[in-house]
Design a protein around this ligand. Sequence first.
Ligand code: AMP
Ligand code: ZN
Length: 465
Amino acid sequence: MKIFNTLNNRKEEFVPIEEGKVRMYVCGPTVYNYIHIGNARPMIVFDTVRRYFEYKGYDVNFVSNFTDVDDKIIAKANEEGVTAAEIAERYTKACQEDMAGMNVMPATTHPKATEEIDGMIEMIQNLIDKGYAYAKNGTVFFRTRQFKGYGKLSGKNLDDLEAGARIAVDDEKEDSMDFVLWKPMKPGEPYWESPWGNGRPGWHIECSVMSNKYLGKEIDIHAGGEDLVFPHHENEIAQSEAANGTAFSRYWMHNAFLNINNHKMSKSAGNFFTVKDIAEKYPLQVLRFFMLSAHYRSPLNFSDDLMESAKASLERITTSVFNMNHLLKNASDKEYTDADKEFAAQIESFKANFDAAMEDDFNTADAISSIFEIVRLANSYLSSDKPLALINDVKQSVVSLCNVLGIICEEEEELPSEEIEKLIEERNEARKARNFARADEIRDMLANEGIVLEDTREGVRWKRV
Ligand code: AMP
Ligand code: ZN
């Protein structure tokens, strides 16, 4: 499997640290507002990467944080006259709802910055002890020039950076390239006690600490949007490698940005959509399908037309699966003819193409094309007089390949009304016969199908919930 590694600027064969395991960290959102569709891109892309690894049999330990203390959260809290914790809690919950809607699997661990402050203080102290950081009047800075590898991810050079930097008059810093690990409290802001006085951590230290705690000193993959390469990820490398004395992450993956109508997404320009805005117009799986229709390292343009076309494409797949389910009801077991065998072999070759596309730096665009090839062939070849096993295999192939992409293409069949009526009738009989065990069993069975029963004077009523 090949992954484009930002660290070396080329596609590289993936070799995990531990065979069969993937330790992966994805920088999560700052929870000060509803997430926008740009934030949704890394969530969907790296969830798909995770799903592909799992499909290939890897055991994936996937960590993604919520940044729940930050200037923007505090500003929003002040605006609304509530606590920062309230803002963070509200938007973490909203984000989790959106993720579920987009079929993004919950991470193995979703650490929150405010719950990991002790670990951050410990790492900062470790950096001070090793000479990589210093405290000045309640602020702790990272001594950037002390870390020799600085710039290796972004390809930036400290002297160029310094020359291009605005001359910020910051008396506290030894060097203008130093960055903050701990900042002193300001009135009205949340704070924690520390050896350097009350205050709160800088943003970068959070990910270094959480990655260390939940995944270990060295991890396989660290990921996020391309805007995080510099300074966030560069600073994470400096902190982690300086503190641990080992390499940090083997592979660095970055998704390109999502634009709207060919412009940068911007609230003030009015081209800005939250995931919740989109959910009012489309099932969120359409958004997911749209995001995966481009390679993650290509910029992606969002527009109504493109969403409509993603919706139509996705429907071609779901309709084909629906039709195959219908054929299955009337098909029977049969020997495969030579033509059936040839057809089955063609399907297998498209499945292999899907894998090959995913193995090539997760080319979901080409992977989706392979699913369409299967659908096209199935639509033209299959009928109810073909062998049941053949139809079933093709259907299962489409369903499982879609699953790798986190796309659900098969509606769960609802229990038909007549079945429900029959079961209710049976339950009535059971109760009359004082067979309460059976009556309860039927009630539970229906509850599992999302059907609740109400005893009324006119008899038993049922409804779907
Ligand atoms: P933030 O909450 O700003 O830290 O962003 C959370 C994640 O969303 C980061 O990985 C960002 O790189 C990513 N992100 C933000 N805006 C966009 C965008 N327009 N397109 C793609 N990714 C984005
Ligand atoms: Zn991070």
